[in-house]
Design a protein around this ligand. Structure first.
Ligand code: NAP
Length: 246
């Protein structure tokens, strides 16, 4: 079940956090993985670590997902090494807290470009070369369903991912490319690092009474990236320990 042997997967923003967890999981299932992030050195280091540990073929490619030329370079390098792209995971994202009244146009543009425009750029470039059976999985957030103070730009970007997921699912259905998203709750990652006190306050509102781990998200992505999800498309899979069903 969920065997990914021989598949080629690109995971953006995968040098650490949720992206790293996804890359390790897909590699564990047999996929050859492309580690992509904004530091070439970090991408190379993780690519080497995964290939040595899990005996799959890997590639590290620096890519700022908000820049079209870097996204095209990522796809070209992947095709040059592996001749195909089976799985694209749009994971890279940032979540800086800024109060609405202090938010600058530059703050807004940065979050929307990295979190949302990137999904358009990467999905469009990958879809052009993907064959039937390929999968696009984007990392959304529960912030696409509920409001978070200080994250107006972020909530908008993640709501946009959900809408794009449904639109792309319809448009790519004739090509038999599945397009889905995973919406995490509070996940313990370097990017979400906070004080013990803040973490305990978060845990208090989660019915499961723990923070999520990158592996919780990787489990969901693994399923959506597999052949077993062939008839699932346009779906937003919430993985939040019950936070948003209260
Ligand atoms: P993280 O620990 O900060 O990891 C994200 C990675 O993406 C970092 O290595 C980061 O590099 C990289 N990145 C930032 N800007 C980039 C760009 N322009 N191009 C390529 N890579 C870039 O964050 P995370 O918590 O794992 O989050 C991963 C995804 O899950 C994001 O889309 C986030 O919105 C989503 N998510 C997270 C949570 C959570 O609680 N953690 C909840 C819901 C959704 P730098 O470190 O150099 O910036």
């Amino acid at each position: 079940m969920f065997d990914l042997k021989g598949k080629v997967a690109i995971i953006t923003g995968s040098r650490r956090g949720i992206g790293k967890g996804i890359a390790e999981r897909l590699a564990y299932a047999g996929a050859n993985v492309v580690i992509s992030d904004i530091s070439q050195e970090d991408c190379d280091a993780l690519a080497k670590e995964i290939s040595e540990k899990l005996h799959v073929s890997t590639l590290g490619v620096k890519c700022d997902v908000s820049k079209k030329e870097e996204v095209n370079n990522l796809m070209q390098k992947t095709i040059k090494k592996f001749s195909k792209i089976d799985i694209l995971v749009n994971n890279a994202g940032i979540f800086p807290f800024v109060e609405l009244e202090k938010m600058t146009e530059a703050d807004w543009d940065k979050v929307l470009n990295i979190n949302l425009k990137s999904v358009f750029l990467c999905s469009q470039a990958a879809a052009k070369v993907m064959k039937p059976g390929s999968k696009i999985v984007s990392i959304s957030s529960i912030a696409s369903f509920v409001g978070f103070s200080g994250l107006t730009h972020y909530c908008a970007s993640k709501g946009g991912i959900n809408s794009m997921t449904r639109a792309m699912a319809l448009e790519l259905a004739p090509k038999k490319i599945n397009v889905n998203a995973v919406a995490p709750g509070a996940i313990d990652t370097p990017g979400a690092a906070s004080t013990e006190e803040a973490k305990n306050q978060t845990i208090a509102v989660i019915p499961w009474k723990r923070m999520g781990q990158p592996s919780d998200i990787a489990n969901a992505v693994h399923y959506l990236a597999s052949d077993e999800a062939d008839y699932v498309t346009g779906h937003i899979l919430v993985v939040d320990g019950g936070w948003t069903v209260q």
